[in-house]
Design a protein around this ligand. Structure first.
Ligand SMILES: C[S@@+](CC[C@H](N)C(=O)[O-])C[C@H]1O[C@@H](n2cnc3c(N)ncnc32)[C@H](O)[C@@H]1O
Length: 279
């Protein structure tokens, strides 16, 4: 079920997740993501210490790939509330849950920076590639801490620094050089905003968490051909403004398939942290 949207306070500049097209593109990427991100996602769920019967919050859940993985761990006695600012993304998540018979999942449109949820009401919280994209990641973490029960865990996954993620960062760098995309604003909001040394730790600590542990999680993107990698880029560009996304296709027409397989190294970082016992 998807509730009506609350008023959001905005999104990372020049990226919009609201369109149906963006949501469908994200759902189409699920097969690639299952291969590339499946293991690191399960490790994030391990860090969150999910157990059957828990009530779990998934922040910026998107099309629900990690939600589905979490729902399997919780079983029929558990409940996962998946929130996102985009109704379209959550509609895609609902379709995925219906397809897989995951009936312990509820979706609600909501801004991560203003969770319309009771304090001390969740046994665990997760967020995959979400916290870094909200305009104020620190505020989102404060909200997550507020709704977690004392001493319960939040586990998040964000991208490492741009330098360690050429697969994601190079297209943006090229588009900026071409002048079709604005410079990334300074600060923690953006795909790589929490990826610098110590940034994720300090953002968690400033939000009031304790026992913060951050670890690198290497990821390798593998595609059967360069053309397949370009297809992925086109899908991934769906939330970009149309004039920007169009430029990603400019040079792709001449890539033949099949060509030799391509792989790209990438790095994400995971953090796990506990709510303080007394707040
Ligand atoms: C990169 S996608 C990740 C989706 C999903 N967690 C995954 O890993 O497949 C980022 C998601 O963050 C959501 N988002 C962006 N700003 C948000 C905000 N302020 N509050 C809640 N969700 C937000 C977007 O709508 C989008 O679904």
């Amino acid at each position: 079920m998807t509730n009506q949207p609350s008023q959001g306070t905005g999104q990372a500049s020049s990226i919009s997740w609201q369109s149906r097209q963006a949501a469908e593109a994200w759902r189409s990427m699920a097969a690639v993501h299952a291969g590339v991100l499946g293991q690191v996602t399960e490790q994030m769920l391990d860090l969150a210490a999910l157990d059957p019967g828990m009530r779990v919050l998934d922040v910026a859940a998107g099309a629900g790939e990690q939600t589905l993985a979490a729902s399997r761990r919780l079983g029929s006695s558990g409940r996962i509330i998946a929130v996102d600012i985009s109704a379209s993304m959550l509609e895609a998540a609902n379709e995925t849950m219906r397809e897989h018979g995951a009936d312990n999942v509820e979706t609600r449109v909501m801004d991560a920076q203003r969770l319309e949820l009771d304090a001390d009401s969740f046994d665990a919280a997760i967020s995959r590639f979400g916290v870094m994209l909200v305009p104020d990641p620190g505020l989102a973490l404060q909200e997550i801490r507020r709704v977690l029960k004392p001493s319960r865990r939040a586990a998040v996954m964000v991208w490492g620094s741009a330098e360690r993620n050429p697969f994601q960062s190079l297209p943006f760098a090229i588009l900026r050089r071409l002048g079709v995309m604005p410079e990334a604003p300074a600060g923690p909001s953006g795909p790589f905003g929490l990826g610098g040394p110590g940034v994720l730790e300090s953002t968690f600590e400033s939000a009031g968490f304790r026992d913060v542990a951050v670890e690198a999680a290497p990821i390798q993107w593998r595609f059967a051909s360069a053309a397949d990698a370009l297809d992925y880029y086109r899908l991934a560009s769906a939330p970009l403004p149309p004039e920007v996304a169009a430029r990603l296709g400019d040079e792709g027409g001449g890539v033949s398939r099949p060509s030799s397989s391509k792989s790209f190294d990438s790095s994400s970082i995971r953090a796990v942290s506990r709510c303080p016992v007394r707040r």
